[in-house]
Design a protein around this ligand. Structure first.
Ligand code: HEC
Ligand code: HEC
Length: 437
C-alpha cells in the first residue's frame, strides 16, 4: 500500500504550501493543494508513482533477466507463427504503444476484439479483456495457436525451436536440453489440441501422439511463453508529468506542481478523482483496479453482439490447462490459484470487460475492447453523455451523465495525456540481435 498522509499532515501541508510560496501568484497558490478537496487530495496522492510489478510466482522465470532477454527475442520473432510471417509485435507494435492502431487486429485473420496496449501489463492480475488468463505466460500461449492470430501449433513451435540454433540456445540456457523430436512418427510436423474441432487435421495429428510426448511438446510451448511473460513484465513506463505533480503535491510545493502540469491538466486531474468518478475503476497508480466493469458501451457494426466479456472469461479461465492452479504453473497452490475457485459465475458478469490501465493511454488509439472510439476526446465525451444503449449487462449506479462542457472534456484529456512517460528501459522497444545476453 502507498503511504497516506494523516489528516494532521494534510493541514500542515496546507499551511506550509501557503507559507512557502511568497510570490503567491501561481495557479496552485490561489487555492492551496491544487484546489483539491481533502478527499480529492488523498485520491490524487494515490495516482503515482507506479512501482515495479511483483514477479509472478506461477512463472519461475518471471524475474530472470536472461529469460526476459530471450522473451524479447521471441516476441519479435515471426518463426513463432504457423506462416512464419506474424510475431507478437505484428499486433503489439512498440511504435503504437504496443497496440496496432486498428479497431480489430489483423494477422492470419481478424480478431473480434481490439489489441490492448502492453505497457505496465506486469501489474495486471487478469489478462485479456475478459480475464480468461491469470498470468502473462498463460496469455502468450493463446495467440501462438489461434487460427486468426499467429496460426501456429505447439508441434510446429517445438520443431522451430529445436531446429534453429539460436532458438535452441536460448531455450536450453533456461530449461536445459530439448528432447529429441526427430522421429516424425512420434512428433508430427504440426499439431495441437483443437477442442472445438476434434476432426481438424492438427487435432488428429496431436491425438495420434503418446501422452508423454504430448507433454514434452507442451512443455516447450509453456517454456517459450514463460520467457515471453518475463519480457512483458519489463514493459514499464517511467515518471510521468502527473507523477511529478503528485510528488510536488505531497511535498506541498506549489511551484513544482505548476511546473509539472499545465493548469488544464491540473483541472482534469481534479475532475478525474472528483465528480468524474473515474478513479472508482481507474484506481491507484496503475489507473486500473485490475477488475472488470461496464463502461456503458453500445453496439458497433464491426463487433459481435454476443460478446459476454467477463462471463465467458471466467468459464474459460476455470477450464484452462494453463491457469495458475494447473500442472504447468510453478505455484499451483499459491495465491493466484486460490483466486480461481473464489470466482463465482453470475449474470452480473455479463458484458463486463477489464478496466484498462491509463498509463501511456495517449499512445494507443483507438480505444475500448472493440476500438469503439478513435481518440481520447471521444472517450471522455462518451463518459459525459453516457447515452449508449448497452449491448449486454448493466451499469453501476454512479455511471451517470456528467455536467461537463467542452473545456472540462479537454481538461481531462490533457490530464490523460500527462500520464505519458518513456519506458524505464528503452531497450524493450527493439528486438535484441542475439537470443542471449
Ligand atoms: C492478431 C493480432 C495479435 C497477435 C499476433 C498477438 N496479439 Fe496479443 N492481443 C491481441 C488482441 C486482439 C488482444 C485482446 C484479445 C481479447 O482480449 O480477447 C490481445 C491481448 C493480449 C494481451 C492481454 C493484455 C491485457 O492487458 O489483458 C497480452 C499480454 C498480449 N496480447 C500479448 C501477446 C503476445 C505475447 C503475443 C505473441 C505470442 C501476442 N499478443 C500476439 C492481438 C494480437
Ligand atoms: C465503472 C468503471 C469505470 C469508470 C467509473 C470509468 N471507467 Fe474508463 N473504462 C472502464 C472500462 C471497463 C473500460 C474498458 C471498457 C471496454 O472496453 O468495454 C474503460 C476504458 C477507458 C478508456 C480507454 C482505454 C483504452 O486503452 O482503451 C479511457 C481513456 C477511460 N476509460 C477513461 C475514463 C475516464 C476519463 C473516466 C471518468 C470520466 C472513466 N474512464 C471512468 C471502466 C470505467
Amino acid at each position: 500500500m502507498r503511504r497516506r498522509l494523516p489528516p494532521l499532515a494534510c493541514s500542515f501541508l496546507l499551511l506550509s504550501a501557503c507559507q512557502d510560496d511568497p510570490a503567491g501568484d501561481s495557479a496552485s497558490a490561489a487555492s492551496p493543494l491544487g484546489g483539491l478537496s481533502d478527499e480529492e487530495f488523498e485520491l490524487a496522492l494515490d495516482l503515482g508513482p507506479l512501482g515495479a510489478p511483483t514477479p509472478d510466482p506461477t512463472n519461475a522465470q518471471a524475474a530472470n533477466p536472461t529469460a526476459a532477454w530471450f522473451g524479447r527475442y521471441l516476441f519479435f520473432d515471426a518463426r513463432l507463427s504457423g506462416t512464419g510471417t506474424f510475431s507478437c509485435a505484428t499486433c503489439h507494435d512498440p511504435a503504437l504503444g504496443w497496440g496496432d492502431g486498428l479497431p480489430l487486429s489483423e494477422a492470419a485473420g481478424q480478431t473480434t476484439r481490439h489489441a490492448p496496449s502492453l505497457w505496465n501489463v506486469g501489474h495486471q492480475r487478469w489478462l485479456f479483456w475478459d480475464g480468461r488468463c491469470d498470468s502473462l505466460w498463460c496469455q502468450a500461449i493463446a495467440p501462438i495457436e489461434a487460427a486468426h492470430e499467429m496460426a501456429g501449433s505447439r508441434l510446429a513451435l517445438a520443431h522451430a525451436v529445436a531446429d534453429a540454433p539460436d532458438l535452441r540456445a536460448g531455450y536450453e540456457a533456461l530449461y536445459g536440453p530439448l528432447p529429441d523430436l526427430s522421429d516424425p512418427a512420434r512428433f508430427p510436423a504440426v499439431g495441437r489440441p483443437v477442442p472445438e474441432d476434434p476432426d481438424h487435421p492438427e487435432a488428429l495429428a496431436w491425438a495420434s501422439m503418446d501422452p508423454d510426448d504430448q507433454d514434452a511438446v507442451t512443455a516447450i510451448l509453456v517454456g517459450v511463453s514463460k520467457a515471453i511473460g518475463a519480457f512483458e513484465a519489463t514493459l514499464q513506463t517511467g515518471t510521468t508529468p502527473v507523477d511529478r505533480y503528485v510528488a510536488a503535491l505531497a511535498a506541498g510545493d506549489a511551484s513544482a506542481m505548476d511546473a509539472a502540469l499545465s493548469a488544464s491538466a491540473q483541472r482534469g486531474l481534479k475532475r478525474f478523482v472528483g465528480d468524474g468518478n473515474c478513479h472508482l475503476c481507474h484506481a491507484g497508480p496503475l489507473l486500473s483496479n485490475r477488475e472488470f466493469a461496464s463502461a456503458g458501451l453500445g453496439e458497433r457494426p464491426w463487433l459481435p453482439l454476443d460478446d459476454t466479456g467477463r462471463y465467458d472469461g471466467i468459464i474459460a479461465l476455470q477450464a484452462s490447462d494453463f491457469n495458475a492452479a494447473g500442472r504447468w504453473s510453478d505455484a499451483p497452490d499459491g495465491e493466484a490459484a486460490g483466486r480461481i475457485d473464489r470466482l463465482s459465475l453470475t449474470s452480473e458478469q455479463l458484458g463486463l470487460f477489464k478496466v484498462p490501465s491509463l498509463r501511456n493511454v495517449a499512445q494507443s488509439p483507438p480505444y475500448m475492447h472493440g476500438g469503439h472510439f478513435d481518440d481520447l476526446t471521444a472517450v471522455v465525451q462518451h463518459y459525459v453523455d453516457m447515452d449508449e444503449e448497452l449491448v449486454l449487462g448493466h451499469l453501476d449506479d454512479f455511471m451517470l451523465p456528467l455536467d461537463w462542457d467542452a473545456q472540462d472534456v479537454a481538461d481531462v484529456v490533457a490530464f490523460l495525456e500527462a500520464m505519458t512517460a518513456e519506458p524505464i528501459d528503452a531497450a524493450v522497444l527493439e528486438p535484441p540481435d542475439r537470443p542471449l545476453p
